[in-house]
Design a protein around this ligand. Structure first.
Ligand code: BGC
Length: 756
């Protein structure tokens, strides 16, 4: 029986296709159900569902359905725990489905280049490995519930200043080693439904219009098979964007870009196949993620408990002298600070969630330690309407009567947000004065910080006994703070970003936020701890730092190569204290001499382990080829230099516990000699070098040869960077042309020197 295909009933027309590729409104795409394409709802993200209904005030950002505000990335990253992030992702996915959201816009995996970036609270870390591992876990968790993710903002969106126009001027090695790997890992390992291209330009080309970025790197190299969505309003030239690989323009606009695309197809400027491919991707993603008709019921109480549990594992105990923490079960505690009553727990902008429930730290403390006495004083007023001196005095009076003062301080939501960068790292002056005055009056003082970006600890840190960096802990943060203060939870968070001594110490200090439309990433790969450790610049707390209420031993550290460019690390961890706790194993690698500048050490593996008192476990961490590779701009590829690597077990980026050497044969680097190669390469070449030396010394007596060899060695140092072509001019006739030809031919097959 012949089957007839009625294409007119199934194939969308050109106009339909172009219109499918731009939003229907702020949050949804158009549908063409007869062709199997459903309308998709896309919502922020990343750490809670911001589902706005029709007529909501999109720009106001705060009018959305209630949903759980899980810890934002800044906090989650400090957990260093992909399993935890995945569980949070699953809960986010459940809520997204229940609220009719098909694609949850996140995670944000841009690197924290500057501590000032206004959106640092939405990003994980200054380190690409940590960002990538946690970002992957987020994607796997959300997508396990049939909801898509949108990994953002691709790429080099590391500041808010002028974010829609600025050109991030970054060399390729730095992009490949620092700004791309988190995206690459997520795309290759977690298969996100969508990737969101960023607003900014990269080296002069808008991300949305960069064929290199969105097609060559993302699709052809990494194999991305989902949909590229524009950031909201990132498309200036829709035809150029489609040609580059931006499939879907969001949100819907009234700029008539659909008609522009159709006209470009008709005029031949744009091949209709490009439109068809983008539509096919949209159909595929719609098929993968379209939420099912009967959304699951969400247990918001259970999600609130998860938000608290997650937050508790994110808090970083920076300092704990005189066993100030945990608080004694029977004691008198002065709890000071507006945020102790009204928690600061999330950042401003498109990620703002209408939380289902927010507790107060004072109430949670009282509930956990019923035999202790907790008195509260406001301490400061973030509206600036009250008399700061009076509030301070009340707090000091209370602190003087207590055994311990707990100050909860930090930044206001208005101080750090999407849309602008901060200008300094300081806490408000009245809070610093308050901390100092309270610390002076109380027998013991602990400070809890609530902030989305790093704050300076100078001028108050040394006056207090304990400090907890709680970041923006999400809606369960108050309970989590109480859990850690009382010891119900043993803190295990570690810094995912360095706390510098001064803003001026930051590696990009002189190149942030740029000028005249350009921001030059002059520090290259030396971002965060890579810079501080390499340049020997002191910091307040290094990347990876965090204390615990128990103690751990790490023994039997060893490394074994299991291939020319891979290895496995092993270490046994024992909980030597008297309470349950989690420890973080951190592995860093130092490269041997190679043709590019190398950071003192780079994080290449980590594992978080939970242990009961006295319990031990052996951890094995695989170091893949990438752990040893650099991006070589000459070869346009990842390259492992041969040589002796050092593998470190470390407490943090600064404090190395044990080091093991690892000899790797690496890649056989064939660097053909040409007349433009410097003579250091010619003479340093294992075969060519001796042939040239013999030619130059030919016909001399032994004595003359010895003197000439010494003279040559000195001259070669001086002239080492001179290309052979010019060098020949200084030695008329001494190096026969045929010999050079022969050596050049030979060098295309044999490895040359590693150019240090
Ligand atoms: C932000 C994105 C966000 C989008 C939708 C943009 O301004 O950069 O992160 O997902 O708005 O709210």
């Amino acid at each position: 029986m012949a089957i007839s295909h009625d294409h007119s009933a199934t194939e969308p027309s050109l106009d339909e296709k172009t219109s499918l590729l731009s939003g229907q409104d702020f949050w949804s795409t158009k549908s063409a159900e007869r062709t199997g394409i459903f309308s998709l709802v896309l919502s922020d993200g990343p750490h809670g569902v911001r589902r706005q209904r029709q007529n909501a005030d999109n720009l106001g950002l705060y009018d959305s359905e209630p949903a759980t505000c899980f810890p934002p990335a800044v906090a989650l990253a400090s957990s260093w725990d992909p399993e935890l992030v995945e569980r949070v992702g699953e809960a986010l996915g459940r809520e997204a489905r229940a609220l009719g959201v098909d694609v949850l816009l996140g995670p944000g995996v841009n690197i924290k280049r500057s501590p000032l970036c206004g959106r640092n609270f939405e990003y994980f870390s200054e380190d690409p490995l940590l960002s990538g591992v946690l970002g992957s876990a987020h994607v796997v968790g959300v997508q396990s519930q049939g909801v898509g993710t949108s990994v953002k903002h691709f790429a080099a969106n590391n500041q808010e200043t002028d974010r829609m126009r600025i050109s991030a001027d970054v060399d390729e090695r730095t992009l490949r080693e620092i700004y791309f790997p988190a995206f690459e890992r997520i795309v290759t390992q977690a298969r996100p439904a969508t990737v969101m291209c960023s607003y900014n330009k990269i080296n002069g080309t808008y991300a949305s219009e960069s064929h290199w970025l969105l097609t060559q790197v993302l699709r052809e190299e990494w194999g991305f098979d989902g949909l590229v969505v524009s950031d909201w309003g990132a498309v200036g030239d829709r035809v150029a964007a489609l040609l580059a690989g931006t499939d879907l323009e969001m949100p819907g606009t009234s700029r008539g870009t659909d008609a522009e695309v159709a006209a470009a197809v008709k005029s031949g400027e744009l091949d209709e196949a490009v439109v068809d491919t983008a539509v096919a991707r949209l159909r595929d993603v719609a098929g993968r993620v379209h939420a099912d008709a009967r959304p699951p019921a969400v247990d918001f109480e259970a999600h609130h408990r998860l938000a608290r549990e997650a937050a508790a594992d994110c808090l970083v105990l920076l300092k704990n002298e005189n066993r100030t923490l945990p608080l004694a079960p029977v004691s008198r505690v002065a709890v000071i600070g507006e945020f102790a009553a009204a928690l600061r727990f999330q950042g401003g902008g498109s990620s703002h969630v209408n939380a289902t429930q927010v507790d107060s730290a004072v109430d949670e403390l009282r509930a956990l330690l019923p035999d202790a006495r907790f008195d509260f004083a406001q301490g400061y007023d973030t509206t600036g309407r009250s008399d700061a001196a009076l509030l301070r005095e009340e707090a000091v009076t209370l602190a003087a009567q207590a055994d311990t003062a707990v100050l909860v301080v930090g930044l206001r939501e208005a101080d750090e947000s999407e849309g602008f960068d901060r200008e300094h790292l300081l806490l408000p002056t009245e809070q610093i004065e308050l901390i100092r005055a309270v610390a002076d009056a109380a027998p013991q003082t602990a400070v809890v910080l609530l902030n989305g970006g790093v704050v300076s600890l100078e001028n108050w840190h040394d006056e207090v006994d304990a400090v907890i960096e709680a970041w923006l802990p999400g809606q369960g943060g108050a309970g989590a703070i109480a859990d850690v203060l009382t010891g119900r939870v043993n803190p295990s968070g570690r810094l995912a970003e360095t706390i510098p001594l001064r803003l001026q110490d930051a590696p990009c200090y002189l190149n942030f936020p740029g000028e005249q439309g350009h921001v030059r990433y002059g520090e290259g790969v030396m971002v965060g701890y890579r810079y501080y450790e390499t340049a020997g610049v002191a910091v307040h707390y290094p990347f990876g730092h965090g204390l615990n209420y128990t103690t751990f031993d790490q023994t039997g550290f060893h490394v074994m190569a299991d291939g020319p460019d891979t290895a496995t690390v092993g270490v046994t961890v024992t909980n030597t204290g008297d309470r349950y706790g989690k420890n973080l194993v951190q592995i860093y690698v130092t490269a041997p001499q190679r043709p590019v500048s190398s950071p003192a050490r780079e994080l290449r593996g980590f594992a978080k382990v939970a242990l009961a008192p006295g319990e031990s476990t052996t951890v094995e961490i695989a170091l893949d080829r990438r752990a040893f590779a650099y991006w070589d701009i000459d070869r346009d590829d990842w390259t492992v230099a041969p040589g002796r690597y050092q593998v470190h077990l470390a407490d943090n980026a600064h404090d190395v516990v044990a080091t093991a050497d690892l000899d790797l044969p690496g890649d056989k680097l064939v660097q053909p000699l040409t007349l433009d190669s410097p003579i250091r390469d010619w003479f340093g070449h294992p075969v060519a070098g001796s042939a040239l030396t013999s030619a130059m010394l030919a016909g001399l007596t032994e004595e003359e040869a010895a003197a000439a060899a010494q003279g040559n060695a000195d001259a070669l140092r001086l002239l080492s960077s001179m290309p052979m072509r010019q060098f020949l001019g200084f030695l008329p006739g001494q190096l026969p042309h045929e010999l050079l030809e022969e050596l050049m031919e030979m060098s295309t097959a044999s490895p040359g020197p590693i150019d240090g």
